[in-house]
Design a protein around this ligand. Sequence first.
Ligand code: UDX
Ligand code: UDX
Length: 444
Amino acid sequence: MKKISILGLGYVGLCTAVSFASKRFKIIGVDVNSEKVKMINEGKAPIYESGLDELLKRSVDSQMLHCAEDCGYAVRNSGISFITVGTPYRPDVSIDLKYVKSVAKSVGNALKNKEEYHMVVVKSTVLPGTTEKIVIPIIEKHSGKRCGLAFDVCYNPEFLREGSAIKDILNPDRIIIGEFSRQSGDRLESLYRDFYENKLPPVIRTNPSTAELIKYVNNCFLAMKISFMNTIANICQEIPEADVTTVAKAIGLDRRISPLFLNPGLGYGGSCLPKDIRALVSFSQKLGYKPSLLKAVEEVNILQPYKVVRLANRLLGKIRGKRIAVLGLAFKPNTDDLRDAVSIEVVKGLLKENAEVVVYDPAAIKNAEKLFKDKVRYASTALECVSDADCCIIVTEWPEFKALKCEDFIRRMRTPVVIDGRRIYDPEEFSRKLIFAAIGLGVL
Ligand code: UDX
Ligand code: UDX
């Protein structure tokens, strides 16, 4: 099997690289960030991702993975290149394709002097039409060659979740192949047959635009489930004794709904869901269609983090000058990623009311210090964070917070007031033993 090059070593690129390397594929990883390249070549993971450290060390030690900064070298010395650079959004909400364009140009320049046929697979999340109208023309222009002859292109989205990226890559629900030509689709499908052996999941073969759209629709549907449950949570909040977690459990037993992604809380964050729904809304509007349902999903999510600020005001009378302990900063457990984390809005809301904020997170403190600087205090454990606090808010549902008992709060807090933003505690016990409020829990 020819070597594979992975262009862009973020969550998607690096986890894809080590997953392929773990199956004895020879990988050349490329990234413009030289510090990241150096760390990876030393077998050290630049990101916090479960299972990555071990797989990365094994991949580097077995020489199945080597990284470089030179995209041209990687393309010339591999048969297939995956483009996995980030596609952040601009302030005007549109998707910033500068990284995708820059890598496509480097690939084109490398193909100019390459004789052998080359496959290019775009994995980065891009809007429908991008692969065919932007990526392919750039590669053709800089290589002087025609797509479908000297090289081919597919769009192949990834559905990995941070915190379980490698598991999701090794056990996907499906493979989506948006092929420029039947030949390119066949080649990519055969690569995945080799990779998954007898565990090949269902493969959907389609055109690049439909494949690009599938990625967005998948994320928007997940976001919709979350905003739907948060809408019901907000209704439950005003109904005495109603509990949204019971409602979620009950409807989740309906096989047509499924229990997954029905967790009510402070809304969705991360580098994908917020960005992707914004992008699909603006894309649809440019096409002349106003996607009111998607707009509503966004609007619910934007307001959700402030629910806990309001609950804190309700419980404390006012929060000015009070010490508020925030447990959890990462946009979800098992990651250190703060991109679009709801904790950012929660902390902003608390500071705006002149509360004194102390924060703790098992993995994201380093990233948080770059963001919040000296506006908040940083604790090194959960118990230190809640000590002498007037109120504690659960923002990210880390397992170590679930393990905290009522006594932990009662013994350490100035006033034992707990707001469960992610529904990790038993409301019956916590309401009995301390002053307790929770998203989606109606009070008597
Ligand atoms: C992934 C998908 O690629 C992206 O489309 C989706 O929106 C989010 O998930 P992610 O892996 O999280 O992105 O990207 P990120 O963590 O931002 O890493 C991208 C990597 O590409 C970075 O390491 C960056 O240094 C590198 N990069 C960026 C390049 O190597 N070349 C460039 O020109 C730009
Ligand atoms: C998401 C998609 O799940 C994944 O398929 C895609 O490839 C990238 O975007 P990710 O952003 O890593 O993955 O995390 P995910 O587990 O989807 O959680 C996203 C956000 O939704 C988090 O902030 C999480 O706290 C929140 N969430 C998730 C809820 O609030 N309720 C839920 O039930 C599930």
